[in-house]
Design a protein around this ligand. Structure first.
Ligand code: PRX
Length: 657
């Protein structure tokens, strides 16, 4: 509480530019911009030095970086094991330190705490279970689990034996899970009976059963989340399904970590792109862990006495890096929470932060917008004085939301670290650092030390200050950046290296320079939506809708939403002779829910006679997007059916500004 904020007016138009207080500067690992200048002089040396600090290598690399565009490698020949780095190496000094605190959604259920030694034992045991089930180095394991400790245990157990895990968000449907299992040909799936969400017992096993039908799947391990009599009905298939607790009972605690070469895949994480098929983003071992470690340490200025809480679900990259690998590689104490932020009321997260003395809190703008709406009375009920640093991620944060977070959660004491990054980047890439700043609402900040960002125009030329362009990264590429798309090198090349050639990583985000060093992100420039911070492609939702027999085609576009950032809106063309009806609209929404999951469900369905198309037949979603926000529509002459625009304007009630 002694750490008083120091605001200085640097920019008279924006009024507020926050610089670190003297206390923050004093405590921080770095408090001078010389960190950036030194790293920029020789990024490879910078990352080499950082990798030495971050990782206990079983064998040191013989070359720090190599590029064969569009592929690149870090720490070539170096050998390491991620679970060793997250567990074993902490045992001597931090064996009894709490590594993970788990809070269940039901208030009556006690939290579970794991020390580093305790977590190590569980991970060793489960790695032996996996071995017994025939899982070997390089095999894929599909993980479909909610926020429970076993999720991190099984991820680390995979890493221990060199198996590649692919975690799928537990709120995704079983159909969606199966698509991913089919693609990565997972041998073993790990799921649970169910979990609590908004006081409702969700039956996850029944959804997992859909994916278990995939050809590659030999065994399904089921964690028993519910204590005592289960509130959901679980059917175990003989010979295929096995209970986690039974397998663990006799498993040995003796498990040697398998060292792997630095550029070996650690995990796959499927994410939405511009087509209907999600891409299996490949993350490597040494580069990823170095970035996870260093960004956790520097972005959140994480010290041994901190308690770190990243609220992201582990089904997303944020959960992988900041609710598992980052904090654990640092030997930190982290909190995870099973449930919904409004259970039993909107004070729950603050109650948890108070209960466990959380000092670093990391969440998404969509959550903060909801808290803002619910009012400051909720955080006011709790003691949040242990908080030092606040973070946000997932979508642009507007000024009012930033201010509210800063005022009512951080009590004008904690900097807000607005971190820009992507599933593909593995760790944060653009943000301010707590001891350096500046912290400016709506400005993410500075490219991470040792990385080279640029903002380019259509022709590949750098934009001038204040102009919007495309955010890209130049060589040497960040160590955490993806190394490929599973079984799809073409997609890797086209999506990330197709725009400006294979020496420039294309992020698909618009951005502008706020000043010489700091970047403001303006949002996606492709057909990817961010719904409540979740990444969703237009094509994915359209595919689900057009799978309905009465639908000919559809277009799904985002519309701004006060709380969720964006929500999907569907335009649907029915087969000739089929009448539109409210019931059919509801059926389509349900279908999307079933095929993808609840986040993807359209907030409105417009039944229309046709969609705007180019002469080559491509749907021009741009027109629909602009119509929904009453924006200028632009040139219609490229359309094959320009007359449809006036009709659609009427349908949506378009009013030109
Ligand atoms: O558009 C950017 C937005 O989220 C996209 C990446 O989404 P995903 O792969 O799901 O990863 C989210 C968590 C890392 C980006 O292309 N985005 C992420 N963080 C920010 C952001 N937009 C603005 N500001 C941010 N801080």
């Amino acid at each position: 509480m002694t750490d008083k904020t120091k605001w200085v007016v640097k920019d008279p138009k924006r009024k507020k530019v926050f610089l670190p207080s003297p206390a923050m500067k004093k405590r921080a690992y770095f408090s001078s911009t010389s960190l950036y200048t030194t790293a920029a002089k020789n990024p490879k040396k910078f990352w080499g030095d950082m990798a030495k600090e971050a990782i206990d290598w079983k064998q040191k690399w013989n070359k720090v970086y190599e590029e064969k565009p569009p592929y690149f490698k870090w720490f070539l020949g170096g050998k390491l094991n991620v679970s060793y780095n997250c567990l074993d190496r902490h045992l001597e000094k931090r064996g009894n330190k709490v590594a993970m605190i788990w809070e269940a959604e039901p208030l009556g259920e006690r939290e579970r705490k794991y020390t580093y030694r305790g977590l190590y034992r569980e991970v060793c045991k489960f790695s032996n279970v996996l071995r017994k089930l025939g899982v070997r180095k390089g095999d894929r394991v599909g993980i479909y689990l909610p926020m429970i400790p076993e999720t991190m245990i099984v991820m680390l157990a995979c890493a221990r034996i060199g198996a590649i895990h692919s975690v799928v968000f537990s709120a995704f449907s079983g159909v969606n899970f199966k698509k991913r299992v089919d693609d990565c040909e997972a041998k073993v799936l790990i799921t649970c009976d169910g979990y609590w969400r908004r006081n409702k017992a969700i039956n996850l096993k029944s959804q997992a059963d859909i994916a278990a039908k995939a050809k590659s799947v030999k065994k399904v391990v089921v964690v028993k989340r519910f204590e005592g009599k289960s509130p959901v009905k679980v059917v175990m298939k003989k010979g295929r399904d096995l209970w986690y607790h039974e397998l663990m009972e006799n498993a040995s605690e003796d498990s040697k970590p398998v060292p792997v070469e630095s550029n070996t895949p650690l995990f796959l994480l499927y994410t939405s792109g511009t087509t209907g098929k999600p891409k299996g983003v490949i993350h490597d071992t040494g580069g990823y862990l170095t970035q996870a470690y260093l960004t956790t340490k520097l972005d959140f200025d994480l010290h041994d006495d901190d308690v770190f809480w990243c609220t992201a679900d582990v089904g997303w990259i944020t959960g992988h890096t900041y609710a598992c690998y980052g904090p654990l590689s640092l030997g930190a104490t982290m909190v995870i929470y099973e449930g919904s932020p409004d259970m039993p009321d909107w004070g729950r997260l603050w109650a948890i932060a108070d209960k466990f003395d959380v000092s670093v809190f990391y969440t998404a703008p969509t959550a903060i917008r909801m808290f803002k709406k619910m009012g400051k009375k909720w955080p006011k009920r709790y003691d949040l004085s242990t908080l030092r640093i606040l973070g946000t991620v997932g979508e642009p944060i507007d000024k009012e939301t930033w201010d509210w977070y800063f005022d009512y959660i951080g009590h004008k004491r904690c900097p807000v670290i607005d971190t820009w990054w992507q599933t593909e980047t593995g760790g944060t890439l653009v943000n301010a650092l707590p001891g350096i700043g500046p912290f400016i609402p709506t400005v993410a900040g500075r490219p991470f030390p040792g990385t080279r960002a640029a903002i380019l125009d259509d022709k590949g030329q750098p934009v001038k200050k204040g102009e919007t362009g495309y955010l890209v990264f130049k060589s040497p590429f960040p160590p955490g950046l993806l190394r490929g798309v599973w079984k799809n090198p073409k997609k890797y090349k086209d999506t990330y290296w197709g725009e400006y050639g294979n020496r420039t990583y294309f992020t698909a985000d618009g951005a502008k320079w706020y000043d010489k060093h700091n970047i403001r992100i303006t949002g996606r420039v492709d057909d990817v939506m961010k719904v409540a911070g979740h990444r969703l492609s237009s094509a994915e939702v359209e595919d689900a809708i057009t799978s309905h027999p009465l639908v000919i085609e559809s277009a799904v576009v985002p519309k701004p939403d006060e709380i969720r950032g964006q929500v999907p809106i569907a335009f649907v063309v029915l087969r000739p002779g089929i009448k539109e009806s409210e019931a059919l609209g509801i059926e389509l929404v349900k279908l999307v829910r079933k095929v993808i999951g609840p986040t993807a469900k359209p907030h409105k369905v417009y039944f229309v006679e046709g969609l705007p198309k180019t002469r080559s037949g491509k749907i021009m979603r741009r027109f629909l997007r602009s119509m929904l926000v009453n924006e200028k529509l632009g040139d219609k002459t490229t359309l094959q059916n320009p007359q449809i625009v006036d009709y659609l304007k009427k349908v949506v009630g378009y009013k030109k500004k």
